[in-house]
Write a protein that binds this ligand. Sequence first.
Ligand code: RIB
Length: 353
Amino acid sequence: MANMKEIAKIAGVSLGTVSHVLNSSAPVREPLRKRVMDAVDALGYQPSQLARGLRRDKTNMIGMIIPDITNPFFPAVVRGAEDVAFANGYRLVLCNTDNDHAKEIVHLNELRTYLPSGLIVIPSSFSDLTAQAESYRKSGTAVVCVDRLPRDWNGDTVTADNENGAYEATNYVLRQGHKQLAMIMGPRHLTNAQNRVKGFRRALSERKMHIGPEYIQEASFDQHAGHSKTVLLLRMIPQPTVIFAGNDMIAFGALLAFREAGLRCPEDISLIGFDNLELAEMTSPPLSSVSQPGYQMGTAAARMLIDRVRGDDSPAKHIVLETALKIRDSVAPPRVTPARTAPATSRKRGKAL
Ligand code: RIB
């Protein structure tokens, strides 16, 4: 690989002149600058970002850590962050934790050794990010937390208005006449899942409606958990007439469980999701869902981070983006005939939260 010495030799200038041209560290007369650039082209020289980073104690790299690369919500956030980072001369390096806080710690420790300009993190379920980020900040590396917040986090954040999104979706199904509601909430220690339950409960309590704790089930944010928790809810007496899924992946699992149980959606049972993934309009029936702006969460986080890198030292900022209810075909008024009853052998109570 070509190096700066060879460029200096071919251009017939000193190493210092090459360095000034490549790093814009001092003005260089045009004829000399051109000779250097011609030599760069002739040799196909690519400066080493790592060497440059070592000199400055920072590279132009932004680390981004996400919990589940297979869930289409997260790539949307990454895409937003990458667009802003790229446009501003930064390069994004992506790490996936599989929602495992031990893996998250490994990524956090290793990313630090690449001297990133900053980090954007969507924390895992039992994230230890608060402690880890402290040492990042001490070394002057900014950290922005997105979508869910780890315990005791006091830094910059970008989230969606989860509570209000869930509140509006719940009110919508209540207006359809549903009285027997259930929710599959997502992991209970995640702040976004908690806020979605808050919105759900607020809408119910405003109508003085109460549901048994067994009708709010906890599940990880994926289709397998959505499927198994729906199977459990369908065995309950009375059976719910609508399920609010904590995210669309859970809702996709619920649709499978409905189909296996011979239930038609929305004729026999209604369903609503959260995230409004592109896939939501391709399911049968197309899924009604609360849309949260994943792409915008990513762009906002990257802008916030780059501002910090460029010297913004104002107190921690918290951006909360609005959600919007996307109505499709998966919710209808409940049937007037009595709800399906479960066979006597399977009349179990689900584990309550
Ligand atoms: O689909 C993944 C879910 O987990 C989303 O709802 C998002 O908010 C994330 O935390």
